[in-house]
Design a protein around this ligand. Structure first.
Ligand code: X8Z
Ligand code: ZN
Length: 608
C-alpha cells in the first residue's frame, strides 16, 4: 500500500515515509506490554495485514480521486480511518520490541512500521474520524477547485494552469492567479484543525509534531535531515541567483520595469506557471539564440496529433529500451489518461501501485504539451519503481527515500536530449553547436534550477506551521516571507490574513510532503551521471542519453528492486559510489549555461 501512498500523496494508507528513525519513537515505549509473538512473527503478520488493508484502501482512494462525490468521500474517509486505527495499534505493538537485539532486516521493518503513515491520527476515535474526514475533504476541495467569474462561467484548475503558461498579458494573468486562489480561504479553518489533530497523532507515536515525524523518515535524525537540506540548498543557490537575475531582466523588457522592478522580487504571476515553480513555458521569451535549434516538441505533438495513449507509449518505450518490462495490460485498461467530462476528479498527476505493485496505473488529465510529456515520463518512473520492488515484503515496498521515488522518472527525463527527441520523431534535426547547447540548457534550467527554492520552501513553511512557530494568523504572511526569501518572488497584489495561498498548491491540502521533490532535483543529476558512466558515455554530461542502454538499465533496475529494504545511503552507494546526496552533478551539468548567465548578468545588480 505504501507504494500507493508514497507517490500518491492523496492516498491514505500509506507507508509514506521511507526510512527508519533512531529517534523520536523511543521515548514513548515505557508502558508497552511484553509481546506475545516473536519480532519475526510480528513483522510477518503486519505484512499480511498490510496486503489486505491496501486492497480496500487503494480501491477507495482510486475511486475517490477519479470520482469526487459525497459518497466517495465517505468511503475514502472510512478506509483512511480503518487504516489509521490499525496503524496506531501496530505501532504500539512494534514498540514492545524496542531495545531488543534483532537481525537488521527485522529491526528495519519494525522501525519502518512506526513511520508507516504520513497522517498520524489521535487515539480518540472521534478525533481520528474528524481528521480523516478533513483530509479527504481538503483534497476534494482542491480537486474540484475552479475559478468562477459568474455562476455559469467557471474555469477548472487544469485549464487555468494552461492559461498561466500561455497568456502573456499582465492583467489577464493576474486575474487567473487571483481567481485560482479563491479556492483556498474556505480551507483555512480546516487546515488549522488538521494541523492540531495531526500533531496530536504524531505525539502518540513519540514525535514532537508532524514535521518532525516527516523528517524522521530519512535514516538520520530530524535535525540532521534539516541540516542536510540546508547544505544542499547552499550548494545550488548560486545557480538560482544567476537565473533569477537574468529572467528578471528579460521580463522587465517584456512587461516594463515599472511592473518588474530590477532591484526587487519578480511578480509571482508572470513566470509561466500557476505557482511560479517551473518556468519552462517562458522559453519563447528567453531563448538565448532565437532560431538556432528547434526544441519545439509542443508543435510536433499537435501536428502529429498525439493521443494521450501515444504519449504514454512513448514514455514506456524509453523504459523498455533500458531492458525494463512493458507495463501490464491492466495499466492501459485502468489508468485515467484524460479528464472525464461528466465528473470532478483530482487532475494532479499521480502514479499508483495497487495490489502490491501488480496493478499499476497513472491518473492524469493529459494535455498535448511537452510539459505533460515530461510529467508522463516522471509518473512512469514511479510505476517502474513500484513494479521493480513488488517482490519485497510490503513494509519494504517504497522508495529508498521519498526523493528517490520522485527522481526515477526525472532521471529518465535527462536522457530526453535533442538527439533522443529527434530519433523518436518529436523534433526535427537536432543541431549540435554551442548555441544550440545554451538554448537547450536554458530550457532545462527554467524547470530544474527555477524549481529548487520552491522545492525547499514548501516544507520549510509546513515544518514551521507544525512546530507552532507560525500560527494560523500568520499562515499567509509566513508563506510570502519564505517565497520572498528563497525565491525572490512576491504577489503583485496585497495578500491578507484571510487569504490562504499555500492551500492553492496541491500538496498542502493533499498532505504530501514536498522536500522529496527538492531532493529529487539534485539526485536525478547524480543518478544520471552514474548511469552515463556505466553506459560509457564520453563528453559532457548534458549530451548523454542512456536511451537503449541495457547496462545502465540493469544497474538502475537493481536499485529499484531494493525498494526501501536498506538505508538509502547503501542504495545510493551501489549506483553512485557515494553515500552522500551531492549537488555537484547538477552544477557540472549546467556549467555552460552558468557561464552564459554570468556574462549576461554583468553590470546588472542581482538580488532582491
Ligand atoms: O507533484 C508532482 C508530480 C506527482 S508526484 C506530478 N510534482 C511536483 C509538483 O507538481 O508540484 C512533480 C514536480 C513537483
Ligand atoms: Zn512524482
Amino acid at each position: 500500500m505504501k507504494n500507493t501512498a508514497k507517490l500518491l500523496a492523496a492516498s491514505l494508507l500509506a507507508f509514506v515515509l521511507a526510512a527508519c528513525s533512531q529517534e523520536g519513537a523511543d521515548d514513548s515505549v515505557a508502558e508497552t506490554a511484553a509481546p506475545t509473538e516473536t519480532a519475526e512473527e510480528f513483522v510477518a503478520r503486519v505484512n499480511e495485514e498490510l496486503k489486505e488493508l491496501s486492497r480496500e484502501g487503494g480501491a477507495a482512494a482510486w475511486v475517490r480521486a477519479t470520482y469526487i462525490t459525497e459518497d466517495t468521500a465517505i468511503l475514502s474517509s472510512l478506509a483512511r480511518e480503518r487504516y489509521a486505527k490499525w496503524h496506531s495499534e501496530a505501532v504500539k505493538q512494534a514498540m514492545a520490541y524496542d531495545g531488543m537485539e534483532l537481525d537488521p532486516a527485522t529491526r528495519r521493518a519494525i522501525d519502518l512500521i512506526k513511520l508507516g503513515t504520513s497522517l498520524p491520527t489521535p487515539d480518540d476515535p472521534a478525533k481520528r474520524r474528524e481528521l480523516t474526514e478533513i483530509a479527504t475533504e481538503l483534497t476534494g476541495m482542491y480537486g474540484a477547485g475552479k475559478y468562477c467569474r459568474s455562476e455559469n462561467d467557471c474555469i477548472p484548475g487544469t485549464e487555468l494552469e494552461g492559461l498561466m503558461q500561455s497568456v502573456r498579458d499582465y492583467d489577464e494573468l493576474l486575474e487567473y492567479w487571483e481567481g485560482w486562489r479563491e479556492i483556498a480561504p474556505p480551507m483555512r479553518d480546516k487546515y488549522e484543525r488538521y494541523v492540531e489533530l495531526a500533531n496530536e497523532g504524531a505525539g502518540t507515536l513519540g514525535y514532537g509534531n508532524l514535521g518532525e515525524m516527516w523528517r524522521a523518515g530519512f535514516d538520520m535524525s530530524p535535525d540532521e535531515f534539516r541540516a542536510e537540506t540546508n547544505r544542499l540548498w547552499e550548494q545550488v543557490k548560486p545557480l538560482y541567483d544567476e537565473l533569477h537575475c537574468h529572467v528578471r531582466a528579460q521580463l522587465g523588457e517584456v512587461y516594463g520595469t515599472d511592473k518588474v522592478p530590477q532591484d526587487g522580487p519578480i511578480p509571482a504571476h508572470i513566470l509561466g506557471n500557476m505557482w511560479a515553480q517551473e518556468w519552462a513555458s517562458l522559453y519563447d521569451l528567453l531563448e538565448p539564440y532565437p532560431g538556432v535549434s528547434d526544441l519545439d516538441v509542443d508543435s510536433t505533438l499537435k501536428t502529429k496529433n498525439y493521443s494521450p495513449q501515444e504519449m504514454v507509449r512513448s514514455a514506456e518505450n524509453f523504459y523498455v529500451s533500458l531492458g525494463m518490462p512493458r507495463l501490464p495490460e491492466t495499466f492501459w485498461e485502468r489508468s485515467q489518461f484524460s479528464k472525464p467530462e461528466d465528473r470532478e476528479v483530482v487532475c494532479h498527476a499521480s502514479a499508483w501501485g495497487l495490489d502490491g505493485g501488480n496493478d499499476l496505473r497513472i491518473k492524469m488529465c493529459i494535455k498535448q504539451t511537452y510539459d505533460e510529456l515530461r510529467v508522463i515520463y516522471h509518473e512512469l518512473g514511479h510505476n517502474y519503481y513500484q513494479g521493480a520492488y513488488k517482490d519485497q515484503p510490503p513494509v519494504f515496498q517504497g522508495g529508498a527515500h521519498g526523493g528517490f521515488h520522485e527522481a526515477i522518472g526525472d532521471t529518465v527525463v535527462l536522457s530526453m536530449t535533442p538527439g533522443y527527441l529527434a530519433e523518436v520523431g518529436l523534433i526535427g534535426e537536432a543541431e549540435q553547436n554551442e548555441q544550440a547547447v545554451i538554448n537547450r540548457q536554458m530550457q532545462m534550467a527554467l524547470d530544474s534550477i527555477a524549481f529548487l527554492p520552491f522545492g525547499k520552501l514548501i516544507d520549510e513553511w509546513r515544518w514551521a506551521v507544525f512546530a507552532g512557530e507560525v500560527t494560523p494568523a500568520d499562515y499567509n504572511k509566513a508563506w510570502w516571507d519564505m517565497r520572498l526569501a528563497y525565491h525572490g518572488i512576491a504577489p503583485a497584489v496585497e495578500r491578507g490574513t484571510d487569504h490562504f495561498d499555500p492551500g492553492a498548491k496541491y500538496h498542502v491540502p493533499g498532505n504530501v510532503s514536498y522536500t522529496r521533490y527538492f531532493l529529487a532535483r539534485i539526485l536525478q543529476y547524480q543518478f544520471h551521471r552514474s548511469l552515463c558512466e556505466i553506459a560509457g558515455h564520453e563528453g559532457d554530461l548534458h549530451s548523454c542519453s542512456v536511451f537503449n542502454n541495457k547496462e545502465a538499465g540493469a544497474k538502475f533496475w537493481a536499485m529499484l528492486e531494493a525498494g526501501q529494504s536498506e538505508p538509502w545511503q547503501q542504495t545510493l552507494e551501489k549506483l553512485t559510489g557515494t553515500q552522500e546526496m551531492d549537488a555537484s552533478a547538477i552544477i557540472d551539468y549546467f556549467a555552460p549555461l552558468m557561464a552564459y548567465l554570468k556574462e549576461q548578468n554583468q553590470g546588472r545588480s542581482c538580488g532582491w
